[in-house]
Design a protein around this ligand. Structure first.
Ligand code: DAH
Length: 346
């Protein structure tokens, strides 16, 4: 038996390289594995092998079968290759990449997100994440945004059907689930998970019931920032944002904080920037983010002692940053999958 199997394999291995076409290959395979093949005969002969020798013989049979299958596959692959080469003619090497091949590249929004994250990493921030489907509590209540606040109005926020359940439901029994309208919910998730000091940046996708036009999209991206520590002040806010805009928009970029209102910061500001590096936009102040010092109410909501902890927070639209940086005039370009647009960032 042993000898029989060894012979089958030796003969097959010797014959395979000479096989050049499919009919030959089929005949070769049939001579071994077909109904009257040599391997088939060996398999039948197993029945006559004495019981004590069966395990060893069986093992050898399986090994031989495996080796033959590999040989068949390799031989067939070689034949297929030569068929393709014959069809293409001698001038074409099918193993070379096509000259028309577009290797692909990161989407411009991904590129700008990575740039922003990179700048904040240098300032000691790490990346945090949260879900896109949020409970109302994380998205609003915990951020000191009462039921009556206009942001909770059906006009702005996309509500999930009542029967939908968020992975970790929070305390309000009758809570609705929403597609998060901002990344500020990640502030809450992070503070509930870890203790200060905290320095995080949270890039992510957000959703609003906006009518789509050149500057609005129902689906967009924000980058949130949160820094909680002892004695975080407005001076820290200003220096973090200063460092960010200079890295992102180049030397000579200035910022301006304008008093504003957000329920989760006190005081709150809109941050504008002016940069000599933005072409025809260089002469004006451009609004790019909301920011402020964390409202003590927010700390109470996550169980932090507001007497002990202070913080700064900010949130910006990623599309807006990318549009300013690259002189893009319509937000819809980001989602149109038009290669003429995308290739400019390859
Ligand atoms: N969440 C706000 C929005 O979507 C942006 C924002 C404002 C975030 C102030 C903040 C902040 O962290 O401090 O409009």
């Amino acid at each position: 038996m042993q000898e029989q199997l060894a012979n089958i394999l030796t003969e097959a291995t010797a014959a395979a390289p000479a096989i050049a076409a499919r009919p030959e290959f089929e005949a070769f395979k049939a001579r071994i594995a077909g109904p009257n093949g040599t391997l088939t005969a060996a398999m039948k002969a197993m029945a006559a092998v004495p019981k004590e020798e069966k395990p060893a013989a069986g093992k050898l049979l399986n090994q031989t079968k495996g080796a033959l299958e590999k040989l068949f596959a390799e031989t067939l692959a070689r034949i297929e290759q030569s068929e393709i080469a014959a069809r293409l003619g001698p001038a074409i090497d099918p193993t070379l990449p096509s000259p028309d091949d577009f290797a692909g590249s990161l989407h411009p929004l991904t590129q700008v997100r990575e740039e922003v994250v990179g700048v904040f990493r240098k300032l000691g921030f790490t990346v945090a994440e949260g879900p896109e489907i949020e409970s109302e509590w994380y998205c609003f209540d915990a951020l000191n945004t009462p039921d009556s606040h206009p942001a909770r109005d059906m006009q702005d926020t996309l509500f999930m059907p009542r029967e939908t359940r968020c992975a970790d439901a929070t305390k309000k029994g009758d809570e609705a689930y929403v597609l998060r309208s901002h990344t500020s919910s990640v502030q809450i998730r992070t503070m509930l998970k870890q203790q200060p000091p905290i320095r995080i940046i949270a890039p992510g996708r957000c959703f609003r019931r906006d009518t789509v036009d050149a500057t609005h999209s129902a689906n967009f991206h924000q980058i949130e920032g949160l820094w909680v520590d002892k004695q975080v002040t407005l001076r820290d806010l200003k220096s973090v944002l200063d460092a960010f805009v200079r890295e992102m928009f180049g030397a000579g970029t200035e910022i301006r904080l304008r008093p504003s209102f957000f329920p989760f910061t006190e005081p709150s500001f809109e941050m504008d920037l002016k940069s000599p590096n933005l072409g025809r936009l260089s002469d004006r102040w451009l609004e790019v983010m909301g920011c402020g010092l964390v409202d003590p109410k927010v700390f109470e909501n996550v169980g932090y002692d507001p007497e002990q902890w202070t913080g700064l927070a900010f949130g910006m639209g990623l599309e807006r940053i990318a549009m300013l940086l690259h002189g893009i005039d319509d937000i819809r370009h980001f989602y149109a999958n038009d290669l003429r647009f995308l290739r400019q960032f390859a």
